[in-house]
Design a protein around this ligand. Sequence first.
Ligand code: ADP
Ligand code: MG
Length: 243
Amino acid sequence: MSARIKVTDLVKTYGNNEVLKGVDLNVNNNEVVVIIGPSGSGKSTLLRTLNKLEAPTSGSIVVDGVDIADKSVDINKVRENIGMVFQHFNLFNNLSVGDNITLAPLQLGKKDKSAAVQQAQKLLETVGLADKIDQPVNSLSGGQKQRVAIARALAMEPDIMLFDEPTSALDPEMVGDVLQVMKNLASQGMTMIVVTHEMGFAKEVADRVVFVDEGKVQEQGTPEQIFNQPKNARLRDFLNKVL
Ligand code: ADP
Ligand code: MG
């Protein structure tokens, strides 16, 4: 098992608010790590630093041997390799589904137009939206939008995917389709870090569950260990509230 991501003593402060207080976290190749924890505990901040959307205050984030916390590292290279899916989709609502997916590969010169469109169609098939390529994003449901957002991230051919509460903004009947797409990705061996409140997904799909609270990893283990034999008192309290 080789570590793809190695986070060491990661600290992030906003003003005098210390949000991440020394996070240590390793993620291995092909591993699905699910991060759980209360609102405001720093989960999104942690994911955002992994994608260089936030600069860490101190600590290191080594991805495939490169410390991406280093200011000289090219942000675009990092993001080509690490895809991210957000709670609120962050799609371009005024563009078609296809244009959302082809935008970055075209802009970065990774593909020509016909290859990018062909890839978009193929990705849409894998997320169950084969007939939507010409639709305006506006016309889609939340669940469909999130599956487009996943397809868009995959169009960069990343080998690590970050998901920040991808189903939290969805109506309940939309959640299953999005989780299914994520399960399929996991079974294809995608290395994934998923922040979610979907404990069923965590139990079924996670190789490891990480409990973050108060800006620190308080406990981690297999789903069995975390859900059935939690040791940390704050984790037990959290599970009592969400299960
Ligand atoms: P979680 O995702 O676990 O709910 P967040 O990482 O979003 O937690 O937030 C953790 C803390 O960091 C919160 O107190 C939040 O207000 C603060 N925070 C997050 N982003 C910013 C920001 N851009 N500027 C200032 N404070 C922030
Ligand atoms: Mg969050």
